[in-house]
Design a protein around this ligand. Structure first.
Ligand code: HEM
Length: 468
């Protein structure tokens, strides 16, 4: 190391010491980490109650940089306006590279990121959504066709089956064949394990990433990922063979895309995009649906109003008509407000000094726009703990007050698609079945991988409507 490096390091440290971070939590970093992992919503609420809209947390595992959480709409707006080149989005997400692959949209920066978004956004938006409406309703009906009156089902188990089947068909554009079913099984079992603390710690502690054969956790992960990859590569190769790169599904679209030099995506690049969309696209929507079923059925007034709206539809299953229902829309929005299954936006590390509501943050600070706390500000949402869909009928909220899908240039590309999907799945099930919560135990939010789900799996008893 030369003296210039030493001096610049020294200078950086000195600046950091002078620039005080807002509301630093003074408990040890290991305790903050533990609380954030074990009881994230409680930890965030406690910090907000004590420190307000902005506070600084230290967690172990990323060289302990300061993590500044903020929830004031102006702070979120300032953060989304920071030019991408001043931020590094990979510091917090790079641990998932072995799963998503390095060509995934999640790990791209600036130009390449922009290009991938332009490619991936259109199939999840606007008129293109209409292509999936009937499919979503059919998959939902098919998944529930064997439900008989008196059956007890766990919403947390059923919803991922439905949303995985939907996303697989939207992405690959094929009806359930042998491949799909195996892919379903492999993906859901891998995701199930990844959410367990031991398995997920593999990603955060690289020394544990040793392949000693199938009996070692990393070896097991590698082989299971390989099984999934083989199925995806087989599908890509079959499409190339059939010269089938046409159609409205995402795989066809990606296969026919060219970059500025006229190059097509390699199989590895295709695989990385597909797996990212699959993994980000189904468990998320399934968790929100599980919350929605719980919240609707634990609030009889909400359920009555929603059923009145749905009953007016009669026998029609026109997806567009369902998607336009105002109260159903409000129910979905309020569910995502009170339990935004992603508690935070992608954390971003400052590369060059930035300013947020008058606070300067130097390089190395990690900025965390906190969705959960933004949605629980009583200045924005009176009685924030109460589930009140009507607030979305009475008022419009800005994208810095209401942001279940994040925002700015990293905002979720599946937002419109998931809202559409949620409405159709809810409407299809609620018009066919009468559901009652089977468990009177209080439900609270628990962590499942990167999402927050209701405790207890939300068991419900089914009554088929035609049998009433
Ligand atoms: C209710 C369901 C969903 C929720 C609540 C959700 C939430 C989020 C959030 C909070 C982010 C981070 C945004 C930010 O940092 O500002 C995100 C990113 C992302 N989501 Fe979703 N998501 C959902 C469904 C989906 C679906 C269905 C897909 C695609 C099939 C998808 C694909 C993505 C991708 C690719 C990104 C990364 C975008 C980028 O880095 O540019 N998500 N999502």
């Amino acid at each position: 190391m030369n003296s210039r490096t030493i001096n610049s390091d020294y200078l950086r440290q000195a600046i950091k010491l002078i620039m005080k971070l807002p509301n630093e939590i003074c408990t040890p970093a290991w305790l903050q980490t533990l609380q954030l992992i074990a009881q994230p919503t409680k930890f965030l609420e406690t910090c907000a109650a004590k420190y307000g809209d902005i506070f600084t947390v230290r967690v172990l595992g990323f060289n302990s940089p300061p993590l500044v959480f903020f929830s004031h709409p102006q702070a979120i707006s300032d953060c989304f306006a920071i030019p991408a080149k001043q931020l590094d989005f990979q510091q917090a997400t790079h641990v998932f590279k072995p799963l998503f692959g390095e060509s995934s949209i999640v790990f791209q920066d600036e130009r390449s990121h922009n290009r991938q978004r332009q490619l991936l956004m259109p199939p999840f938006h606007g008129d293109r959504l209409k292509n999936y409406g009937q499919l979503i309703c059919e998959i939902t009906k098919n998944a529930t066709k064997n439900w008989i009156t008196g059956t007890k089902i766990s919403m947390q188990k059923i919803m991922p089956d439905i949303t995985l089947e939907i996303i697989l068909q939207v992405i690959f554009g094929i009806n359930s064949g042998v491949h799909d079913q195996r892919l379903n099984r492999y993906l859901s079992s891998l995701l199930e394990d990844i959410t367990k603390p031991l398995y997920s710690s593999l990603f955060f502690f690289p020394p544990l990433q040793q392949d000693f054969g199938t009996w070692s956790p990393w070896g097991d992960f590698q082989r299971r990922r390989e099984q999934i990859d083989n199925l995806i590569y087989a599908e890509i190769s079959a499409r190339r063979w059939q010269n089938n790169a046409v159609g409205t599904n995402i795989l066809s679209l990606l296969m026919s895309a060219r970059d500025e030099n006229g190059q097509q995506m390699t199989d590895k690049e295709l695989r990385d995009q597909l797996i990212s969309l699959l993994l980000l696209g189904y468990e998320t929507t399934a968790s929100v649906l599980t919350w929605a079923f719980y919240l609707i059925h634990s609030h009889p007034d909400v359920k009555n109003q929603l059923m009145q709206e749905l009953n007016v539809l009669g026998d029609t299953t026109n997806p567009e008509e369902i998607a336009r229902l105002p109260y159903l829309n409000a129910v979905c929005q309020e569910t995502l407000r009170i339990y935004p299954i992603a508690l935070i936006c992608t954390p971003r590390m400052v590369k060059e000094t930035v300013e947020i509501i008058g606070n300067k943050f130097t390089s190395g600070t990690v900025l965390v726009p906190c969705i959960y706390l933004a949605h629980r500000r009583f200045e924005t949402y009176p009685e924030p703990q109460n589930y009140q869909p009507k607030r979305f009928i009475q008022q419009k909220f800005s994208p810095y007050e209401y942001l279940p899908f994040g925002g700015g240039y990293r905002g979720c590309i599946g937002a419109a698609f998931s809202m559409y999907e949620m409405k159709l799945v809810l409407a299809t099930l609620l018009t066919q079945f009468q559901l009652i919560l089977a468990d009177k135990c209080p439900v609270y939010p628990v962590r499942r991988g990167i999402t927050i789900v209701p405790s207890g799996g939300v068991p419900m008893i089914v009554t088929k409507k035609s049998a009433e």
